[in-house]
Design a protein around this ligand. Structure first.
Ligand code: ADP
Ligand code: ASP
Ligand code: MG
Length: 414
């Protein structure tokens, strides 16, 4: 008898019909003798709908109020699933983040989990009750509701699995595993049977939204084996686990695209010591994550500094950056939203050379201009014009030998 955390994403609970299917799956695992803890997302599109409502009220909604609003989506699905399970004669109970004791810091809309109490979940399991937990939400020290960043229900599931020492954490979604690239963009993508935490973390941070990157970080830290699988059909999925030797055989194991970034350029910055520390110190203080940074060569004592930040943070970040620019006597600030980052990921890059050169060659043959480049031991990323991102992903996928053979072809969505 295993203890299993099952997480169902937005599409999997998008309609009453699908909620009934989830109830059926939960019942099956329960009847097989497993103890099951369910974690749910809001119905698909609901979190976006709530965000749109907030932005209809004001251009810059207060983060605490946003969390109060966004956390409602998951309350709806947990109550509905608990009802569906009870209607099948099972003893199920829904629990909010507060009731579970998902404690977080106060960084509203992207809070970090500090502790998972989970006493009520243990108690429920002990009594044979099936707990249905609201993903994506927690509470801070003041008992204010917080949310864990987009896709944060994955993190709730992994954190609960770690706290309960569950045997397995299964992320049920609308694809049957982690693919070499987004199967809805690259139809020739292949399902990966087993992927290391490190590679998965890079892929997730670089745009593969099948798992939230922080959930992978958490899983690696607490050694939680995570399985990604389809909520619509039975079959093999992908296991995210520790690296083993055969994972190094190929140089590149995945291609990702990320359209959620924007480029900011501070033009005409005096080229003297201390400027970068001032600029990025103030940006960090406003909790804005800076990703890539490029500083151009200085001409007559002036230089340009470009960097990327999440597109959703632009409204908040721009006045701060304009202030910083004024403070350092820079000439102006320019924003480019229509950019995307295309990346290659693979632990095998540590032992294979020439990957970057080949990537630049593929992009140049497609006529795609590279705006920024960044590399680490197991990834290479290029920022390009957003309109070329799908073309770039498909060309790189083919060039690095990741395409499935025609015999393997399968529908991307179940
Ligand atoms: P859920 O609502 O279940 O959390 P998400 O939409 O967050 O589901 O994640 C699943 C989606 O992730 C897929 O539909 C797919 O388009 C996308 N995706 C991006 N990259 C990958 C990848 N490498 N492998 C599988 N799916 C991917
Ligand atoms: N409902 C939240 C979102 O759409 C959390 C999740 O689905 O994981 O981001
Ligand atoms: Mg998700």
């Amino acid at each position: 008898m295993a203890l299993i955390v099952q997480k169902y994403g937005g599409t999997s609970v998008g309609t009453i019909e699908r909620i009934r299917c989830v109830a059926e799956r939960v019942e099956k695992a329960h009847k097989e003798g497993h103890r099951v803890v369910v974690v749910l997302s809001a119905m698909s599109g609901e979190t976006d709908r709530l965000l749109r409502l907030a932005h209809e009220v004001t251009a810059l909604p207060d983060d605490r109020e946003l969390d109060m609003l966004l956390s409602t989506g998951e309350r709806v699905t947990i109550a509905l699933l608990a009802m569906a399970l009870r209607a099948r004669g099972l003893d199920a109970r829904s629990f909010t983040g507060r009731q579970v004791g998902i404690m977080t810091d106060s960084a509203h809309t992207k809070a970090r989990i500090t502790k998972v109490v989970a006493d009520r979940i243990r108690e429920a399991l002990h009594k044979g009750v099936i707990p249905v937990v609201a993903g994506f939400q927690g509470i801070n020290e003041q008992s204010d509701v917080t949310t864990l960043g987009r896709g944060g229900s994955d993190l709730t599931a992994v954190a609960l699995a770690a706290a309960l020492k569950a045997d397995r954490c299964i992320i049920f979604t609308d694809v049957d595993g982690v693919y070499t690239s987004d199967p809805n963009i690259v139809p020739t993508a292949r399902r990966i049977d087993k992927i290391s935490y490190e590679e998965m973390l890079e892929m997730a941070s670089l745009g593969a939204k099948v798992l939230q990157s922080r959930s992978v970080e958490f899983a690696a830290k607490f050694n939680v084996p995570v399985e990604v699988n389809s909520s619509f059909k039975e079959g093999n999925g992908t296991l995210v686990t520790r690296e083993d030797e055969d994972m190094e055989a190929v140089a590149v194991s995945g291609v990702t695209g990320d359209r959620n970034q924007a480029k900011i350029t501070i033009v005409g910055v005096p080229d003297k010591p201390g400027i970068a520390s001032k600029v990025f110190g103030l940006v960090a203080k406003a909790h804005i994550n800076v990703d890539m940074i490029i500083q151009n060569m200085s001409q007559s004592g002036l230089t340009d500094i470009s960097f990327t930040i999440p597109r959703v943070d632009i409204t908040k970040a721009l006045p701060i950056i304009q202030d910083v620019a004024k403070g350092i006597e820079a000439k102006s600030v320019a924003v480019t939203e229509a950019i995307a980052k295309v990346s290659l990921v693979g632990v095998g890059m540590r032992s294979h050379s020439g990957v970057a050169a080949k990537m630049f060659d593929v992009l140049s043959r497609e006529g795609v201009n590279i705006l920024m480049i960044s590399t680490s031991e197991i990834k290479i990323s290029c920022v390009i014009d957003e309109k070329y991102v799908e073309l770039a992903m498909r060309s790189l996928h083919t060039a690095f030998g990741l395409d499935q053979s025609p015999a393997e072809s399968r529908p991307a969505k179940s």
